[in-house]
Design a protein around this ligand. Structure first.
Ligand SMILES: Nc1ncnc2c1ncn2[C@@H]1O[C@H](COP(=O)(O)OP(=O)(O)OP(=O)(O)O)[C@@H](O)[C@H]1O
Length: 240
């Protein structure tokens, strides 16, 4: 369970997140949607202790990230798949993470198999394709077998096979009872992946509802989303 409580984040004059209050439930895939610059990544970074809230906060299983006894066992995240050092081998990257989080080496082999990277694990990350880097990032997220997973734009730049693979993985993680919080700009993909949607714009909550209720009688998720967020785009045409 992720609880976002009255979360506000300012960067100087920019109000990135504005009193956001929402709960992300276990056993479902919650899609996190919003125009560019609406505060999605900021919220996810705060959940992971990578940024500090101005006020309010986020708890994972009732604790702030910094208070989690074994963070990788409680929450796994994919924020930036390019984050692995190019000269480091995939296997060594995971082994380092496992050792520094008291996770047994056997988990490294398990997650590599789970993401289909067993054969590539001994190559340097610099030789990986985007899809392979994404899989390695997901392997890292799964290493501690966490109950909560946070994925920021996990399918960006992937080919159709990679997109389907991530969709099925995300759905299976939720089916196992985990809390899965995933941001995306791809509405057609979210329509296939999410059970629940949290939509924000300008850092404020616009919708917190099931996918079915959100789409309602509308023609598609994309149509309903664009109608709801119209006027909130940061870079809308016409130079507002
Ligand atoms: N470190 C920072 N310093 C200053 N402003 C920031 C910083 N990080 C984010 N912002 C601003 O906060 C706002 C929210 O940004 P954020 O990256 O959270 O949005 P987002 O919804 O993830 O956008 P996108 O969909 O484009 O990734 C934007 O106006 C952004 O410019």
């Amino acid at each position: 369970m992720i609880r976002i409580r009255n979360l506000t984040k300012r960067y100087g004059d920019v109000l990135a997140v504005d009193d956001l209050d929402v709960e992300i439930a276990p056993g479902t895939v919650t899609g996190f949607l919003g125009p560019n610059g609406s505060g999605k990544s900021t919220t996810m970074r705060i959940a992971l202790g990578l940024d500090r809230p101005t006020s309010g906060g986020i708890t994972i299983d009732d604790r702030a990230y910094g208070e989690l006894p074994d963070p990788l066992r409680q929450v796994g995240a994919l924020l930036d798949a390019g984050a692995v050092h190019r000269r480091r081998r995939g296997y060594d990257h995971l082994l380092f993470l496992a050792r520094s989080n008291r996770i047994p080496r056997s988990r490294v082999e398990e997650v590599l198999a789970q993401v289909g990277m067993t054969d590539a694990a001994h190559r340097r990350a610099g030789t990986y394709s985007l899809g392979m880097r994404q899989r390695l990032g997901i392997a890292a997220a799964l290493l501690g077998d966490p109950g909560v997973l946070i994925f920021d734009e996990p399918v960006n730049g992937l080919d159709p096979e990679g997109i389907r693979w991530i969709r099925e993985l995300i759905r299976s993680l939720a089916a196992e009872g985990r809390t899965v919080f995933v941001s995306s700009h791809l509405m057609s993909e979210m329509a296939l992946t999410a059970d629940h949607l949290v939509v924000i714009a300008g850092g404020r909550l616009l919708a917190d509802t099931t996918l079915t209720d959100f789409v309602g009688d509308g023609p598609s998720l994309e149509d309903v989303y664009l109608r709801l967020t119209a006027g909130h785009e940061q870079y809308a045409g016409g130079g507002r």
